[in-house]
Write a protein that binds this ligand. Sequence first.
Ligand SMILES: [Zn+2]
Length: 130
Amino acid sequence: MFNYEYMGLPGSPPGNNGNNSSSTVEIKCQAGNRKQTRVSKVKVLLTANPVVVQARPTEAPGNMMCPFCKTKVMTITEYKLGMLTWLIAGGLFIFGIWPCCLIPFFVGACKDVQHSCPQCNNVLHVYRRM
Ligand SMILES: [Zn+2]
């Protein structure tokens, strides 16, 4: 059992100017039973320009920034046949459940979800279940 305690981020050391500045972070490592405290210094690379990753909606319609019309829209979802659909259908087919092997093609939970923009109808994102 180890408890790692984050000691805070000190300012970048002097004489280090640039986009990527490395600074030292102290991490206090404490053993659970024994009262031993070990302080280890870890070099952390700080990036000046973090890349903003857009949160992609999964199954339900979500807010996305449309790259085509540059507006924030609530996506329209549409179920599309995906890998999981065929796998379930194939599995039912192999195990001899003939009438049921078409069920996945009608059940939305077995399909991929395609998100499209309500204004320009462009496909923004496809949520794949596999
Ligand atoms: Zn759009």
